[in-house]
Design a protein around this ligand. Structure first.
Ligand code: TYD
Ligand code: MG
Length: 459
């Protein structure tokens, strides 16, 4: 039996992703695959010898900043999330579920760059060249300098890049390219990692801005256990509901800018279009107030979005109630129903309750609580909030209200869209005064908010 000395020590390695462990485990700690960890006996310890550097270290002030110059993608909403645009030599991973619009957006960006006179190579590993051409025709991306290659082998892709010498490279998708030097099918973690590493190295050495398209797996991780996230410079995540055209693109990692920006897009037949002013999409236009609706302002990163919450309460308490939500969290709705019942004397706990947002937007922030509560209370009492009102703030279990962050920014967005009355928790104006044109009503508790929103006539 081998003794575990430092020179020849047994290690355990996952055959799927290459994760190593000092003891045997049944399930890989990285890719969570079962039964893939095997012993590698006597793995020799590698020692690294120092070699003379080819490029000596330079004083930081002497480094050419032009290497990190940002160039606009031509899509304002994308530039916003990227922190200005694409940086030569940087690698952006566009991640999202199938059908969400990754290929459409990356082809659009590729065509825009080509029209600006840059050489662009679009490598399609998922679709045939003819399919990509059809999409390009549909979205108006037939640019003469946009070169298309349908390849699935890593070495050939690298060869194409050498031959074309592009300024921008798009690889759609990183999971469908495979290296013949690595075992396993395309898309397994070792393959994806090898492909991404080779493309990243190429991007850095040749100064090519690179966009890698990546599929999100069922459990929400990109190409297996987030192995790509720390390799690339920027990770963009696509979000959106299947039945809605709205797509939000969020930077979840960005070495060149902030990660609290979000880009809004409309995905339609003729391509994906940036929405510079998306708030109007999430509102219903009507000329009179309707019970059971309340407008709120949510913050997506730094960006305030005005959105409407709708609720319907039906049936008398008793039996087992139905709860259906769309765009709002069902656990949050259950909590709001309990708080309304116990702390504000409105019996809604036993009734059927439906809640949804307008335009397919997802409101996951606790600051939406107050609007959800007012929509439910309004539906229950059959009283409408006064036209032009908004509400935001977090609801506590004790029926208390807590101010939301960024209240001045939210109020300013509401005022810009013509809202003139805001119901907010007491203390919401600590960060700054309300903008002109909007009257702020501060409520100390949920019961107080319900009474001033739904019974007192606005002055
Ligand atoms: P796509 O960009 O291929 O998504 P991904 O690369 O993320 O898988 O597709 C985006 C959407 O485009 C898809 O949901 C369906 C839509 N689409 C049209 O609207 N019209 C069409 O003719 C086709 C082929 C697709
Ligand atoms: Mg695609």
């Amino acid at each position: 039996m081998a003794t575990k000395t430092t020179a020849a020590r047994s290690a355990y390695r996952c055959l799927e992703c290459g994760w190593t462990s000092l003891k045997w485990v049944g399930r890989c700690g990285e890719c969570h695959a079962w039964g893939t960890v095997e012993e590698v006996v006597g793995a020799p310890q590698r020692t690294v010898r120092a070699t003379a550097p080819t490029t000596p270290a330079v004083p930081i002030a002497q480094i050419d900043p032009a290497r990190a110059a940002v160039s606009s993608t031509g899509v304002g909403e994308l530039d916003r999330v990227l922190g200005g645009g694409l940086v030569p030599g940087s690698v952006v991973l566009m991640a999202g579920e199938p059908g969400i619009g990754k290929s459409t957006l990356s082809l659009d960006v590729a065509a825009r760059a080509a029209r600006e006179g840059r050489t662009v190579l679009y490598v399609s590993a998922e679709e045939s060249a003819a399919q990509v051409r059809l999409r390009a025709e549909r979205i108006g991306a037939l640019a003469p300098r946009l070169l298309l290659a349908a390849e699935t082998d890593l070495a050939t892709v690298l060869g194409q890049v050498e031959a074309v010498g592009p300024d921008l490279l798009v690889v759609d998708s990183v999971q469908t390219i495979a290296s013949s030097d690595v075992e396993g099918a395309p898309g397994n973690v070792a393959q994806v990692r090898a492909v991404a590493t080779a493309l990243i190295q190429l991007a850095k050495t040749r100064g090519v801005a690179t966009v890698l398209v990546g599929h999100v797996t069922k459990d929400g991780s990109i190409a297996g256990p987030r192995t790509l996230e720390h390799l690339v410079d920027v990770v963009l995540q696509f979000e959106g509901e299947r039945h809605s055209r709205l797509r939000l693109v969020r930077a979840i990692k960005n070495r060149f800018g902030a990660t609290d920006e979000v880009g809004c897009f409309d995905l339609g037949d003729s391509g994906i279009v940036g929405l510079a002013d998306p708030s109007r999409l999430f509102l219903t236009s009507r000329d009179r107030a309707v019970p059971g609706t309340c407008v709120t302002v949510t913050l997506e990163g730094r960006r305030p979005l005005v959105a409407e919450v709708q609720a319907l309460v039906s049936g008398a308490p008793g039996g087992s109630p139905r709860r259906t939500t769309s765009g709002v969290d069902s656990a949050r709705l259950a909590m709001i129903l309990a708080v309304l019942t116990r702390r504000s004397g409105l019996d809604v706990l036993g009734a059927d309750c439906y809640a949804s947002t307008v335009g397919g937007v997802r409101l996951g922030e606790p600051a939406v609580d107050l609007a959800l509560a007012l929509a439910v209370a309004g539906a229950r009492l059959d009283v409408a909030l006064a036209q032009g009102s908004i509400a935001f703030g977090e609801v506590g279990l004790a029926g208390d209200l807590r101010p939301a962050t960024g209240a001045p920014r939210r109020l300013a967005e509401a005022a810009r869209l013509g809202f003139h009355r805001a119901i907010v928790p007491t203390g919401s104006l600590a960060e700054g005064a309300a903008p002109r044109g909007i009257r702020v009503v501060e409520a100390g508790s949920l019961a107080e908010a319900v009474s001033c929103a739904l019974t007192a006539a606005p002055r």
